[in-house]
Design a binder for this molecule. Structure first.
Ligand SMILES: Cc1cc2nc3c(=O)[nH]c(=O)nc-3n(C[C@H](O)[C@H](O)[C@H](O)COP(=O)(O)OP(=O)(O)OC[C@H]3O[C@@H](n4cnc5c(N)ncnc54)[C@H](O)[C@@H]3O)c2cc1C
Length: 347
């Protein structure tokens, strides 16, 4: 008789979330992480849980919405069991609107959000008030959405790890035997392995850099999204700034692109000019060839499954990714959209 119902390979947000969903269903889980919990893309600084725009509805947007709506109670449960804080808070988000065209588009999206977000969150247009935390907006108007949230990536993975241990999951750093079905949640390395296995590109790691500054007093303020920059206040008085996107890279260190990122943020929000930098970090986002989630059977390997493709929104979609994988692996219920399946997508 096996002592373990499920083995999870990889201790990033996907692997930890799959393990958590499984223990919540009563499964005995072994999680094997090669280097250390949060050693990959999940050990970063930003932690913006933000929605795609409410239009052009598709399976990825529906999946992301379901995950963002579940996140608050999901993280509350994890934190209650671990006794730690993930730093989760549904703070919302502000975005400036550059001109009349942007305002018109935002109004259309506000109407679509009324329908698509089922009244559970709003996307609305509000006037600027000129407060220091607000982004300057040439139109005098801002988008405010109440779906966006934030968490601290490092605290969140620590809270999940502690919650898993509290529930009796076995966590191995290094290597160990696999028992039962195996879910591979191995991020960028997993996409490389799948590429080698298939002999065609399944995805790749996309480098990103982020910076963090110290500016207490704004912990409960909404996060900001200005010209592609995420500015995210955290509960510990730091403000995270993300991120660069580098398809070509030769090393995983931070470099002058982090300087440029910080400078752009200071231009966009003058309040940040006096805030000292406290951290910078680079990681590899796992981007599947489809650019969407990669969830389902490992092609050609019986009893092996894949949970990957978090790319830029891995923390936001992890709860739903975990639910879909555990439904399939532990209960034989396949509710994974075919667009997400490695077999349908890659072969
Ligand atoms: C700069 C930057 C900013 C980001 N900002 C955000 C954001 O604001 N919001 C958001 O939602 N997402 C964000 N992301 C994306 C998010 O971090 C990723 O989507 C997510 O962390 C991917 O999680 P993962 O568990 O799939 O991969 P990883 O976190 O990389 O975990 C994979 C793990 O598997 C381990 N591993 C590899 N091979 C093996 C093996 N053979 N056996 C066992 N273990 C193995 C690795 O050591 C690693 O710990 C950002 C990413 C970057 C780089």
């Amino acid at each position: 008789m096996t002592r373990v119902d499920l083995t999870v390979q990889g201790g990033g947000i996907f692997g930890l979330s799959v393990a958590w969903d499984a223990v919540q269903r009563g499964a005995r889980v072994r999680l094997i992480e090669r280097e250390g919990i949060g050693a990959g893309a999940s050990g970063g600084l930003v932690g913006a849980l933000t929605p795609h725009t409410p239009e052009g509805w598709n399976p990825v947007k529906a999946f992301q919405l379901a995950s963002l709506l579940r996140a608050e109670s999901w993280w509350a449960e994890v934190d209650a069991v671990s006794g730690l804080s993930s730093g989760y808070s549904r703070v919302g988000r502000l975005q400036p609107l550059a001109d009349e065209a942007a305002v018109a588009l935002a109004r259309t999206r506000a109407g679509q959000a009324d329908t698509l977000w089922q009244g559970k969150a709003v996307w609305r247009i509000i006037p600027s008030t000129g407060e220091a935390w607000e982004p300057a907006s040439p139109s005098g108007l801002l988008i405010h959405d109440t779906l966006s949230a934030r968490l601290s990536p490092r605290q969140a993975v620590a809270s999940l790890e502690a919650a898993l241990r509290a529930k009796g999951a076995e966590i191995v750093i290094g290597s160990a035997a696999e028992e039962g079905p195996v879910v591979w949640a191995t991020g960028a390395a997993g996409l490389e392995a799948l590429t080698a296995h298939l002999g065609r590109k399944a995805g790749q790691g996309v480098k990103g850099q982020a910076v963090s500054v110290h500016l207490p007093g704004y912990e409960s303020q909404p996060q900001l999204f200005i010209d592609g920059l995420h500015i995210v206040p955290h509960a510990d008085g730091t403000i995270a700034i993300g991120s660069t996107t580098e398809n070509q890279w030769t090393h995983l260190d931070t470099d002058t692109q982090s300087d440029a990122l910080l400078e752009r943020a200071r231009q966009a929000l003058p309040l940040l000019r006096e805030a000292p930098e406290v951290a910078r970090w680079a990681g590899l986002r796992p981007r599947a060839a489809s650019r969407g989630p990669l969830l389902g059977l490992w092609p050609g390997r019986k009893g092996h499954f894949i949970a990957n493709g978090g790319f830029k929104i891995g923390f936001g979609v992890a709860p739903e990714a975990a639910r879909l994988i555990c439904d399939l692996v532990l209960e034989g219920r396949d509710q994974i959209p075919s667009d997400f399946k490695p077999l349908d997508r890659v072969l």
